[in-house]
Design a binder for this molecule. Structure first.
Ligand SMILES: [Mg+2]
Length: 261
């Protein structure tokens, strides 16, 4: 194991802190101990279901010591990307969740005037009619943007198909790729590092996905910590190795204490 001193954390939310609104055992206490130690953390999440404020409220209601400005979401990052890259352009948005607040000022349309097609988290708005409308807009040359490309997410009632599964089919049919804003896009991790105001070598990313959280963080020079909660499956370890493997985020404070000189 490398012994770079860790001065801050990027923390995945779904599957690490909570699973569909149910806290992971020990997760609240782990973040409280980081807070008590004065170790900064930023939550880096591909969630598109909630705004930063709504997610902050949910996490505080579960007991997590988190402020809204310590949260970076794929939904908010996508809105920022659209404002910078396609200012004023009408967007056709497929998302399961209430992100209107993050998208304030961006014209959202439901007709053929859309110049940008934006995919958020999958759910009931992903009807055949709406997916096919998106397909036709993209065929005609609309810009193709995805908040994330997760294949699966964990709900309380079991695994659920996510955006990436639909993107694969659309990309095959279209012969082109969506521009990715959320994890594993390096820009998204850099946004988290900027919020922490720490260099990558002093930061550890803790997540439940090797491919979305741990490996892209390691590629940028961070320490990658994988937890065996949420969507972790033992066979994931065939795709690469984390620097550290913990049963859950509950073990994080003790792991950090063991590393201290
Ligand atoms: Mg996760």
């Amino acid at each position: 194991m490398s012994e770079r001193p860790i001065a801050g954390f990027l923390v995945d939310v779904d599957g690490v802190l909570h699973i569909d609104g149910e806290p992971v055992p020990g997760a609240v206490e782990a973040l409280r101990r980081l807070r008590a130690l004065g170790i900064p953390f930023v939550l880096l999440t591909n969630t598109t279901i909630r705004t930063r404020r709504q997610l902050g409220e949910l996490l505080r209601a579960l007991g997590f010591p988190v402020q809204d400005d310590e949260i970076v979401t794929a939904g908010a990052a996508t809105a920022a990307y659209l404002r910078a890259r396609y200012p004023g352009e009408p967007c056709y948005l497929l998302v399961d969740g209430d992100v209107q607040e993050e998208f304030s000022g961006i014209p959202l349309v439901e007709d053929d005037s859309a110049a940008v097609v934006v995919f958020g988290g999958a759910g009931s708005p992903y009807t055949y009619e709406r997916l096919n409308r998106a397909f036709r807009l993209l065929l005609r040359g609309a810009h193709f943007v995805a908040m994330h490309r997760n294949l699966v997410w964990e709900r309380r009632d079991g695994p659920a198909l996510d955006t990436g599964a639909f993107l694969l089919g659309l990309e095959a049919a279209l012969g082109r790729q969506a521009h990715l804003v959320g994890k594993p896009s390096p820009d998204f991790f850099q946004a988290g590092l900027a919020r922490l105001d720490l260099p990558a070598g002093r930061v550890a990313m803790i997540g439940d996905s090797l491919t979305a959280d741990v490996l892209p963080a390691r590629a940028l020079g961070m320490t990658g910590i994988l937890v065996r909660t949420g969507r972790f499956r033992p066979q994931d370890l065939e795709e690469g190795r984390p620097d550290v493997l913990l049963d859950s985020i509950a073990e994080l404070p003790d792991w950090l204490a063991r590393r201290a000189p």
